[in-house]
Design a binder for this molecule. Structure first.
Ligand SMILES: Cc1cc2nc3c(=O)[nH]c(=O)nc-3n(C[C@H](O)[C@H](O)[C@H](O)COP(=O)(O)OP(=O)(O)OC[C@H]3O[C@@H](n4cnc5c(N)ncnc54)[C@H](O)[C@@H]3O)c2cc1C
Length: 396
């Protein structure tokens, strides 16, 4: 196995870094620190436009779908670098929705949705979870009924989604709905693309412990063209599970972890307010060395998943291992950071004297999400046992 990047991949990384050095301005950083991604028409929007102009939203897609045809390893390297710099890059619309449209969408789905996604103009919120359907996603109840025929008719949608992240700044929903209530649970589900500005869609904010905004979204007799159905009716479970595997791979990119540990190593060498230099303590040095090595392992796991994608395989067991490892590592880094930083580490963003503008305090509150988001780690351990080690499923 070859662990090092080849000359072309290193050159690509340099190109990405040069772009970031030019376009990650103090104004962009200030807007992200103050408003995250929420300011319409601001620096973040301008930054996204520049990514679109480079063609980097579709950088890994085949040329026939408006992509650059560079492949998943290039995409992975770009996303790691964007995360290291703490700026938004290709999101789940690009990394998990679009690949499912390419694999399973109708010709019309591809023509209609892929070009605006590649330009960065179409952004999807992923509508899976419902109040009664989280881990047990197959019990989802949001209902879509076809009125008319599959060409000229309309889907009429009723129900609600919860924890629907990004709906407030998305143009569409990648919406999972029940289309055949008589079929076995996994077999009566479809995916429909729903424009969020359609009449009958209501988005209400839900604020998580970390301060992160997510949403409840209600669908009240929402009518969308029948052709917005992705692929075939009642085959949605396959598209959802494929998209979730891709989501796990994309979400567990270790770029932000590398940055966090690099920052922590630097802070540990400097005196705190109380005069203590954390790195003088051998236990702190051991803990940080361990985190540093674990981030390196996570980085290699990311390369493994990207290489599998490059071979046309959607990694499942591998990204489950990676997702468990990186989500627990993120939490360990946050805990270690608060130890290293001492009492000031508890100061939140906008508090005077907060180290790194409160980034580690925020990480401490945000880290738990990835232990259950995109599939609870307990369930992914079952996935590893069953798919990876051919063990019997629980209860059978
Ligand atoms: C901030 C935030 C953003 C989110 N964004 C989105 C989004 O954009 N789109 C979306 O669709 N969803 C989103 N989610 C939802 C997220 O994916 C769910 O919270 C997650 O799938 C768990 O579902 P649940 O909350 O209903 O918990 P439950 O399903 O009730 O599970 C709670 C816990 O019980 C345990 N558990 C449950 N079932 C099992 C089992 N079979 N075996 C072992 N242990 C089990 C696990 O520890 C699990 O964490 C988001 C959630 C949050 C908090």
């Amino acid at each position: 196995m070859e662990f090092a990047l080849d000359a072309e991949q290193r050159a690509w990384l340099e190109e990405v870094r040069a772009f970031l050095a030019e376009h990650v301005t103090p104004e962009l950083r200030a807007e992200l620190a103050e408003h995250d991604l929420e300011l319409p028409g601001g620096e973040v929007a301008a930054f996204r436009r520049r990514i679109g102009e480079k063609g980097w939203f579709g950088l890994s897609w085949p040329v026939e779908y408006g992509g650059l045809g560079l492949g998943p390893v290039h995409q992975h390297l770009l996303m790691s670098e964007f995360e290291y710099w703490g700026v938004p890059g290709p999101d789940l619309t690009v990394t998990s929705v679009a690949p499912m449209l390419m694999r399973h969408g109708t010709e019309r789905n591809k023509q209609e949705f892929l070009p605006p996604i590649a330009r960065g103009e179409m952004i999807c919120a992923v509508g899976y979870s419902e109040p009664g359907a989280g881990t047990d996603l197959a019990s989802l109840r949001t209902r879509a009924v076809l009125d008319g025929d599959a060409e000229t008719g309309a889907w009429v949608i009723n129900g609600s989604k919860i924890w629907n992240s990004g709906a407030q700044r998305s143009t569409h929903e990648w919406l999972c709905v029940r289309t055949d209530p008589e079929a076995p649970r996994h077999k009566g589900i479809s995916v429909i693309i729903v424009p969020i500005d359609h009449p009958g869609v209501t988005v209400r904010p839900l604020i998580a412990w970390s301060g992160y905004r997510t949403n409840e979204v209600f669908f009240d007799d929402v009518r969308v063209p029948a052709t917005n159905l992705v692929g075939e009716a009642n085959h949605g479970w396959r598209y959802i599970t494929g998209a979730l595997d891709l989501e796990r791979g994309a979400l567990t990119n270790a770029g932000d972890l590398r940055r966090a540990v690099d920052d922590l190593l630097r802070l540990a060498r400097s005196p705190r307010e109380d005069g203590v230099v954390p790195a003088d303590d051998p236990q702190v040095r051991r803990d940080l060395a361990r985190l540093d090595a674990d981030v390196e392992a996570a980085t290699l796991m990311g390369y493994e998943a990207a290489s599998m994608l490059a071979e046309g395989i959607i990694p499942s067991v591998e990204v489950s291992v990676e997702k468990i490892f990186t989500s627990e590592l993120r939490q360990r880094i946050a805990v270690a950071a608060l130890d290293v930083l001492g009492p000031e580490g508890l100061l939140a963003h906008n508090s005077a004297g907060a180290p790194l503008a409160g980034r580690f305090e925020r990480l401490y509150r945000a880290a738990p999400l990835l232990r259950f988001g995109a599939g609870a780690n307990e369930v992914l351990r079952d996935v590893i046992a069953q798919r990876g080690h051919a063990m019997p499923s629980y209860g059978r």
